[in-house]
Design a protein around this ligand. Sequence first.
Ligand code: DSN
Length: 428
Amino acid sequence: MTVSLSHPALSAEDPELAALVAAEEQLQADTLRMIPSENYVSQAVLEATGTVLTNKYSEGYPGRRYYEGQQNIDRVETLAVDRAKAVFGAEHANVQPYSGSPANLAVYLAFAEPGDTVMGMALPMGGHLTHGWGVSATGTWFRGVQYGVRPATASEGGGLVDFDEVRELARKERPKIIFCGGTAVPRTIDFAAFAEIAREVDAVLVADIAHIAGLIAGGAHPSPFPHADVVATTTHKTLRGPRGAMLLSRESHAKPLDKAVFPGLQGGPHNHTTAAIAVALHEAAQPSFRHYAHAVVANAKALAGALLEHGFDLVSGGTDNHLILMDLTTKEVPGKVAAKALDRAGIVVNYNTVPYDPRKPFDPSGIRIGTPSLTSRGLGAEHMPLVAHWIDRGVTAARAGDEDALTAIRAEVADLMSAYPAPGLPTA
Ligand code: DSN
């Protein structure tokens, strides 16, 4: 059994679990992790997550708790809040939401009543479940109306939000809340255009920046402020923090949001996560993080260019951020078959619907890839032609059922990645 020497107490107490952690460390070290919502956190963030702060209950907010013994916890949370406000230029920050979906649910609790109309991008168009999509509580307890992207080819503006459609829908449906952002949006979000529409229909504009928070922090994507009323984000994607979330807002929206998070939806905050968020925000404020954020985008653009040269069809024709959505229809390989084959080749992606997908969500036409993790390991634009070449070979092998080719790619990937140690992972 392989047991990580980095976790001696865990290995002694629970070798079975320790072996699983060691196996995951090996997997994360050897593979090209290209799921755009994943990353590698720093050793400092990992250490903060594993502290005794996990032992403490702190229902309430700094200075207003329902438990005693908050001398240190109050300072930890205040530090995280102050850093979040500084990094994102927000008037108010709540760092307690357990993750992105609870954070978004808090927005509904703060600004809408059950049955009210809310508007967001449709899930198959790149939106998120919690933006009013039917199978989510947000689409059953609220009346979700959904906008999409243009259906035309990329050269005719296909794959981009049609603001005439958004405006028309908003005027007709009068939503209480409008969400912009999503999970498979490869292009810059025009926060100002959404804000103009939201003002016109008197809706609260929520920018869900979960995917691009790190790019915004690093100046590689425009800020949602001053356009959005509320900004919701997870902390573990491009921001490179622990699994958690934040709600940022104007001061005028602060009280209902805080009340919705606690006591509306949650109990005690996860203080070890709050501490790790504070560390991640400290890291995000450094000049090196600006470099990282711009490198993520440069890598994604270089990768998109190389994939186009291999004849791949990219939704919207490319990318402005960290994410590329590939429609594999013309390659005659379903997204799920390609994703599973690439996984065997050591390239970890996820299968994904593409706009107007004729296939089902559990067996869609596309795959979604991104550059945050490989940029965290130090890969640069010069590596992207090789990455595109591996993806091309992997997709071809998936179509042909060529397992030997996938095994060969896996060895080549592991060989390259061995020269780029992963943050937070033990070195051999
Ligand atoms: N699951 C996240 C993602 O992968 O984009 C969104 O919630």
